[in-house]
Design a protein around this ligand. Sequence first.
Ligand SMILES: Cc1cc2nc3c(=O)[nH]c(=O)nc-3n(C[C@H](O)[C@H](O)[C@H](O)COP(=O)(O)O)c2cc1C
Length: 414
Amino acid sequence: MKRVDDFRLRLGKHELVPIMIGGMGVDISSADLAVEVARLGGVGHISDAMIKTVSDRRYKTKFVKDKLALYKYNVENEDKSAVKFDLGKLVEATRLHVEEAMSRKKGDGMIFINCMEKLTMNAPKETLKVRMEAAMDAGIEGITLAAGLHLGSFALIEGHPRFRDVQLGIIVSSVRALQLFLKKSSRTGRLPDYIVVEGPLAGGHLGFGMDWAQYDLATIVAEVIQFLKNEHLDIPVIPAGGIFTGSDATAFLEAGAAAVQVATRFTVSEECGLPEKVKQEYFKASEEDIEVNQISPTGYPMRMIKGSPGIGAGIRPNCEAYGYLLDANGKCAYVTSYNREVALHPEARKIAVMDKTCLCTHMRNFDIWTCGHLTYRLKDTTRKAEDGSYQLLKAEHIFKDYQFSTDQKIALPE
Ligand SMILES: Cc1cc2nc3c(=O)[nH]c(=O)nc-3n(C[C@H](O)[C@H](O)[C@H](O)COP(=O)(O)O)c2cc1C
């Protein structure tokens, strides 16, 4: 019987254990996790979501405080279009985070960065370009373009000296999205080095509508593999979303996938950036506690635990400090919803905003507990203590369980 370790992922001159840990913003897929996965021979991701906040927390910079000081005059203003990112500081924050992770890297694996293109930052092209270029300058080995695939992204960085040497990957949820991307980026003469096919059971934002349950990862992966074959394109395909055991992963590898991308099982690892209390919420969650809703201002459905403190919290938007979701016109759907509720309840001291959430603030504070559909199975991957708490796992334990297990078995920790 085959297991994941019988396969290898080839990317450039690298030969890797075919396990990629997906990017999880904001700093949930931490540098600690990525470094550990690289040591074990797989691919780990850091994330550049809210990079200035991450830098402040990790490297004692003051980017957020400085930005807030600069735009303090605008805090009460309904119009956020004036709130811009300083590109130089964005570069500095990205460099710090990437350099720190790369300097600690050991082993044969690789460290990539997840760039969410839906972080439009009130100047989508300019900010994405500097984020990607700064990551390349700082030595990142790969960039995975996620959430909101901006079709011109490769062209934004084609002038960079590392454009052809860095691994560039995309995340798609359909053959159609892949076709569009390939058509649009063909002018650069640069194909993606790998394609993550993310199905409807993934964590974070989904590339599906609210009818997500009608789709199935295995079917989409088979369609993508067939499409690439028809086009005579040899690009590794990496399924993601709901791959919970080594056997699940092996089934995809036997069906022609080059690797798998997983995330949910690592949310309860010691190395994961979530606070310990939140990790316990992930362990405790039952299937009924997990929902896909439309409160993300990005417009994409998002999966989360229903008890997330950020749901319904009508806080004042924090665009002057953060502002990562302001679109090209300086608008964010949460700001619109918040302003509407304030206008409807002029006397209220506290308001609720149910249709959208202030994702920047709540992700920064770990108050939106985004998760994969199979989070409810995490409790079966560990031991429960007498006080009712669950034992956190080492990333190495989870990684090796994927790598070596067979027969749908999940190894419990010592
Ligand atoms: C907590 C959490 C946060 C995530 N955040 C992101 C993100 O910032 N960007 C992204 O592209 N994908 C994100 N994802 C998706 C994962 O990278 C991955 O593709 C997917 O969750 C894999 O499925 P699994 O969680 O069932 O293993 C996130 C997933 C989780 C569980």
